[in-house]
Each structure stands twice: as C-alpha cells, then as structure tokens.
Design a protein around this ligand. Sequence first.
Ligand code: XMP
Length: 510
Amino acid sequence: MSKKAIVVNFGGQYAHLIARRLREAGLFAVLIQPEELEDALRRDDVVAVVLSGGPKSVLEEEIEINPAILETRVPVLGICYGHQLLAKMLGGRVERGPGEYGNTKVRILEGDPLLDGLDREEVVWMSHGDYVALPPPGFKVLAVSERGYVAVMKSSDRPIYGVQFHPEVSHTAKGRLIFKNFVEKIVGVEPSQRWDPVSQIPRLIEQIRASVGPDEKVLIAVSGGIDSTVTAILISKAIGERAVPIFVNHGLFREGEPEEVLSALRGLGLSVVYVDASERFLSRLEGVDDCEERRRIVGEMFAEVFAETAAKIEGAKWLAQGTLYPDVVESGAVKGADRIKSHHNVAGLPQWLGLKMLEPLKDFYKDEVRAIARALGVPEEFVRRHPFPGPGLAVRIMGRFTREKLEIARKASRIVEEELRRAGLYDDVWQAFAAVGDDKWVGVKGDARTVGHVVVVRIVQSEDAMTADWPQLDKEVLSRISSRITSEVPNVVMVAYAITQKPPATIEPC
Ligand code: XMP
C-alpha cells in the first residue's frame, strides 16, 4: 500500500473516526499504539502523524511517546489530549479548568492553510477538562475558544499543529474540511496519489490468487451481510469455482431473510452451499436465560456445523471471513478495556478447523467496503442493508429464550423495517428492530381482557455503532408500527419506543 498516516491511539473513543476522516480526505491511515510510534517513524511510507484524544491527563500521567516524534519532518497534528501532550512536551503550559463540552465557539485569529475555508467564528465540538494555557515557545496561536484557551496552535518553523476540539466528529461542522486541508495542503497529497479503496480491487484479487494454491479451495462463511458478500465476490473473481461460499441458517434470521440472501448471492454468480441447521440451533437455545451464553452457543454450534460441512468439501484448505479493520484493531488493542459484549472480539472460527485464514478486507472500514461492493456490481439494496448481529435475533430476546418470543421478535422486526421503508426512512437510520422480554401488559381485544407481551421498538442513527441516538419519528409512522405489530403479531398488546442513547444503553438489548 502507498503512503500512509499513522494515528497514535491514546485510547480516545474517536481514534477510528480520525483514521476514517483521513482516508476520506485521500490519505490511507492506520492506528498504532503509542509504544509503536518510534518504529513507525523509521518507515518511509509514513507521511503524517496524528495524535488522538484520550481519557488520561498530561497533568497526571507520564508522557507516553518518544520525543523523537518532534524531530520528524513529517507533519504532526495533535487532537485534544494529543494537542495538550504536544504543548507539554514542547515547553508550553497545560492547566486544569472547568472544561468545555459539546458545541463550543472558537475564534480564528490568524489564517493558515489548515484553516482555509473556515469563518472567523466556527462552532466546533469539544470534550476536555485540561487546556493549553500557554503554547510552547515558537508556537503561534491560530484560534482561541470562548474561554480564551488555545484552540488551534502551530509551530512557526515546523508543520506541527495542535487542535483542542475534535475535527473528526460530525458535530464539528467544518471538521472534514480541516482534514482535507491537512491532507492536501499540509501533507501535500496530490490528486493522483489519493487513497481510493476501489482502486485496490485488482491488488486484492491478485493477492488472493497468489496466496491460494492451484488445487486449494477456499470456504467462505457468508451471512448475507455486506462484508462476507464482498469477501466472497473477491475470492470468486480470483479463483473461480474453487471459492465455496457456505451459508448456515441458524434459525435466528429475520422473516424471509434466508431466502432473500440465498437468491441475492446466487444472483451475484456465487454458488452458495446452503445448510439449514435452524432446528439444531433452536433446540439448543431453548430455555437459555443468559444472552452471553446464547452468543457462546451460537458461536460454538456455528463452528460445529461449519466444520461438518467443510469436511465434505474436498480440497478445502482455506477459510475466509469478512473481518474489517476495526475488528482487527479491537481484538489486538483492547488492553484493560471492559468487554461490554463478547462480539467485540474477532469471533473467528476455531483453530481446530485446521484451515488457513484469508481476510481480504482486514485493512478496510465499512464505508470503504460499501464503495468496493458498489464497484463490484452489488445491488444498491444489498449495499444499504442494515447491520445485523451474527447471533441474530438471539440477542433481541430479553430473559429466557423461547420460540414464542423468537417469533414475536422476527415478525415485529420485519414490520418495523417495512414501515421505515414505506416512509422512506430506512436509509436514514443505522438499525431498526423490535425486541421482546417477559413484561406483560393488559389489553382489550373486542370486549375481552387479554394479557400480552410488550415489544420494544429500537430505531437508531449512528456512524459507527460506538455511539447512537434515536430519531424523533413522525407520529404517523410510529402509530402504523404500533398498530401493525399489535394486530399482526400474536400475543402482543403493547409497543414501546426506546428513547435512550448509546451510551448509556447499547444498541441491542443484550
Ligand atoms: P451494541 O448492542 O453493543 O451493538 O451497541 C453494536 C453493534 O454491534 C452489533 N452487535 C453484534 N454483532 N455479534 C455481531 O456480529 C454480536 O453478538 C453482536 N451484538 C451486537 C449490533 O447490532 C450493533 O450494530
């Protein structure tokens, strides 16, 4: 791969967003840990360094990077914690204040290529307690916040910048422009050198062809999601019939989904092996209370079924998965971080399958995979499908897993999606579904009193599933969802709309 930026991850929740913004602006970017910086700077394909934000305070913690960074000639951009770290290391002063959180105004004092196209006053998104009270010697203050803190600073003799706010989050209106300026004007990436995921397709196909031996077959676990679909198409382009996509139906899909997925994949020219193991999965899951336990069971059974199928395919030597870049980073770098839900690890099929691993998309983000999918001719409808968890509806059942609750979640989720499509809102949201637990509500049907389930409708907007918000939908849309669910789904009397953001709540109920 060509020139790249490295993003030093100090544990801020937006480090991935920084890498994505840099890539969108035309510069390939990868995340590294602070201790990897020294080695990374010795490589000549590194053309820029960005220091991320993070939860620590430079007033309390040891500085965690090698000062060698300051000798480098490549442009450096410190963001939030990174900005304060630069200030402290170079002899400026950092202090603790009352903090600035959320939308904040900054005033630009001096023009600079980094800030081209910004107005004298801009609204940016801040989230900090410490601040730079005095820039290091030799630094100019380019912008200040309402409280008078250093919002943007720049070295007078080297391309080193610090910004207190977060240009990577969408609330900073001109954030993308700042990254574009950084990439084009500070790093100097020419239009002909721009990073473009689609241009990587021939290289990806060539790499697959070079790795897989002439008599070897590659099994691909496909789920109907965009990542595994693109993986399967790339491999089948590389080695034709020796690419064997396998679709295991675990019985936890949305209504009609297995049929739709099969016909879509076959329509794309993939000869999919279909394994209906739904009864086997469901009888194992029945009565299991704990959601994490259900995830474990689904993972384990998936591997079992997959292994049985693989054993029947002669020449199978490889296993391909649609692992993406965030999965790779997260599985290696969550040191000390709490594991909220087990899926945040690369699930991976177990080693005992004895197959070599192929993960052609491991350097890419989801939006890049979507671009690749479009270029490969995957229909738009498929590209835009909402993400769906691997263990499917098993994570949308609260409390004990029963087939009755599964059918409720299945049917109600379908209705939520259908109504959003009808209202033209499907593409505006990240996910939309219905979950069900054991709560009951009294209803009246005809003149009779009945008792039925409560269904919770969860509709969220999000950029990367790390944070999420619920949209304020039209009353009419919500009403239709409610009346269809209570009339079409047996044993449901009440529909509730979930109005809690992530955080504190996660997207899926369990
Ligand atoms: P949470 O619920 O943690 O979900 O806010 C974040 C995103 O991950 C999806 N999700 C899963 N995906 N296996 C998966 O492949 C899982 O076990 C799983 N649990 C949650 C969820 O749908 C959302 O997009």
